[in-house]
Design a protein around this ligand. Structure first.
Ligand code: NAD
Length: 355
């Protein structure tokens, strides 16, 4: 069998160091010669942002951040950046905050230094998203890729355990879905496999002690690997379904991913034996579905879409919308009936096939 692929690696500087966010950020701002920095962070993350920006001159603190980047919030942040003559965006927070910085970069071309505080991984992709009138639009543009990412595991200590688990499984979903996504190749498969191994090593320690650096560091580093794999491989069946669920029914992002993943894996595993093998080994088991289910049980992962706001009456529509978006690269063809069955199990919280 001959090997042929077309792989793009996105260019970023990554500064990783526990307790080092403040000096790393200050060095980076100095290196770039930035003089008008806009810091984007809200709530709990705004406190973290104040702590790590003491060594730089901040021209503007912006805290008007909301999930899924509403267009009105993006317009407000863009106007603020222009009014203050901003030359660098620093975002401190999860995917929602990174998303707002990306929206500003999309129209202004301003560079971003991202300081992530969850495992969502938006900081490693060139994908942006905006929401208007309950419709989420996404696109790809290299202008939104943060030029530098500053990781500091201490900034994730305050992320509640339940959210850490859901967010970590969101990272794991990037890895699993990368293995059969439209641009899957041996390079992103290698990153995805190491991402799974690292996340699976870190997350149980995070659950046992949210302040354990030995858990938080691999979880964060695994999240980066997962996002790089995802940015390169693209969205597979799992992400397409979660995009419909999040965008149409406003379900929480990380929890939706955590719940749906075992069901998509169970659907695809037999038709993707090489991927299933990688997943099983990376998670320390011999069967991919059982290994993922066991990890979810150990972490106390959320199980049912009905517990996070999906109504049973939404299932038919969700299946129809999802099936239309599933890429042709998926190892097993999926009908609306298949997806309805998968979503019914995920809605009710019943064990995935083969678990
Ligand atoms: P989020 O950013 O909304 O954060 C979830 C919650 O955690 C929020 O209430 C936030 O305030 C809180 N939080 C974050 N960090 C914290 C910390 N260290 N301590 C305490 N609380 C903290 O959610 P998310 O899951 O990080 O990101 C989801 C969003 O990101 C979605 O809109 C999704 O579409 C987007 N996303 C985009 C990409 C991309 O490539 N463009 C990739 C992944 C996710």
């Amino acid at each position: 069998m001959s090997l042929e692929f077309d792989h793009t690696t996105l260019g970023q500087r990554v500064l990783f160091g526990t307790g080092k966010a403040a000096p790393n950020l200050a060095d980076e701002v100095r290196r770039r010669g930035s003089t008008a920095v806009m810091v984007i962070a809200k709530g709990r993350e705004a406190e973290l942002a104040r702590r790590i920006t003491t060594g730089i001159d901040v021209a503007l603190h912006h805290d008007d951040v909301a999930p899924h980047v509403p267009v009105a919030k993006a317009d407000k942040a863009r106007a603020a950046a222009q009014e203050h003559g901003i030359d660098l965006l620093v975002c401190v927070g999860g995917g929602s905050t990174t998303g707002l910085a990306k929206a500003v970069a999309l129209t202004s071309g301003l560079p971003i230094v991202a300081v992530p505080t969850t495992y969502a991984g938006s900081e490693a992709t060139n994908v942006w998203g905006l929401t208007e009138a309950a419709r989420k639009t996404t696109g790809v543009d290299d202008r939104v890729l943060p030029g530098t990412v500053v990781y500091d595991a201490e900034l994730t200590f305050s992320l509640p355990v339940e959210l850490s688990v859901a967010s970590g499984l969101n990272g794991l979903a990037h890895c699993v879905d990368s293995l059969w996504a439209p641009r899957a190749d041996p390079i992103n498969a290698a990153l995805a496999t190491e991402g799974m191994r690292t996340l699976a090593a870190g997350l149980p320690k995070v659950v046992a002690d949210p302040h354990d650096v030995d858990g938080r560091e691999p979880a964060l580093h695994g999240a980066y690997l997962s996002a790089v794999a995802f940015a390169s491989a693209g969205s597979g069946m799992h992400h397409k379904i979660c995009h419909v669920l999040g965008g149409t029914y406003d379900l929480p992002h990380a929890q939706t991913h955590a719940i749906v993943l075992p069901h998509v894996l169970a659907f695809n595993a037999a038709a993707a034996p090489e991927a299933a093998d990688r997943i099983a080994h990376a998670l320390g088991g011999t069967d991919a579905v059982r290994a993922l289910t066991a990890l979810g049980d150990r972490l106390g992962a959320p199980k049912a879409l009905r517990d996070i706001g999906l109504r049973e009456s939404d299932l038919d529509e969700a299946a129809e919308l999802s099936v239309a978006a599933i890429p042709t690269s998926n190892p097993r063809p999926a009908t609306a009936g298949d997806v309805r069955g998968l979503l019914t199990a995920a809605w009710a919280g019943t064990a995935p096939e083969g678990a």
